[in-house]
Design a binder for this molecule. Structure first.
Ligand code: 13P
Length: 257
């Protein structure tokens, strides 16, 4: 089955709304129609830039999707500082990153919390980009596969998925994020295969076959081609390199490099 690659920029806590607009404008300047045909392209700005980027995408009819980096699990209520899934849906957000390792690490998000967030995103008909991945310690102890399977099973418990388009999983080994250290394409491919197999156990072969599994962790113009050449890798969740519109454009042009 042909899976259309999904290339998403996770801008993390970078770019105010004016800078974000500039980055998108410069990115599209470097892209051709064939790039949008080859892959689905998404940017995930900070919450404060979502409205500006939504307006830019709609106003200029850009073929770029909008993603958010996180949301709360409740639809509303006394949760000072939080943003809910219905608020994001109203901004035409299509994807919401759930369970990024930085949220697990710095904000104590457990699989149970991630599970509630995934459910909130699905309730409002957006697609979670569910992040999983092991730490260096866990990898060296030979636990990478068990950790990733456990995160998937915990984060997806009780989540009804009836089509491949309703879920994206990003395999992001924690030791490769922001470190300049990329997993080898072979290792990344193997772990993305573990993700697909586990999703198959949960939702059946057909959904697993159509599922897009991204790799994330120091994806750069110099390694995108090799990563995308692997059969289990259907795209990338790009941090640092997505802040530079020229670098991100090269990544988006991977199919013609
Ligand atoms: P870097 O590409 O900066 O390593 O970040 C990866 C990441 O965490 C994407 O979500």
């Amino acid at each position: 089955m042909e899976r259309r690659p999904l290339l998403a920029g996770n801008w993390k806590m970078n770019l105010d709304h004016l800078e974000a607009i500039q980055v998108v404008q410069q990115l599209v300047y470097h892209l051709e129609a064939e790039d949008y045909d080859a892959s689905e392209l998404v940017v995930c700005p900070a919450h404060t830039a979502l409205r500006s980027i939504q307006t830019l995408i709609e106003g200029d009819r850009l073929r770029i999707g909008l993603g958010a980096q996180d949301c709360h699990w409740e639809d509303g209520g006394a949760y000072t500082g939080e943003v809910s899934a219905p608020m994001l849906a109203k901004l035409k957000v299509a994807y919401v990153i759930c369970g990024h390792s930085e949220r697990r690490q710095h904000f104590g998000e457990s699989d149970e919390v991630v599970n509630r967030k995934v459910k909130a995103v699905r309730r409002h008909e957006m697609t979670p980009i569910l992040c999983v991945g092991e730490t260096l310690e866990q990898r060296e102890a030979g636990q990478a596969e068990d950790i990733v399977v456990g995160q998937l099973r915990g984060s997806l418990a009780g989540v009804g998925i009836t089509a491949s388009s309703e879920l994206v999983v990003a395999y992001e080994p924690v030791w490769a994020i922001g470190t300049g250290r990329t997993a080898s394409a072979a290792d990344a491919n193997e772990m993305c295969g573990v993700v697909r197999r586990t999703v198959g156990e949960l939702y059946g072969a057909e959904i697993a076959e159509g599922l897009r599994v991204q790799y994330g962790g120091s994806v750069k113009p110099g390694n995108i081609v090799e990563l995308m050449g692997r059969p289990e890798i259907d795209g990338a969740l790009v941090g640092g390199a997505s802040l530079d519109p020229e670098d991100f454009a090269v990544i988006c042009r991977h199919h013609r490099l």
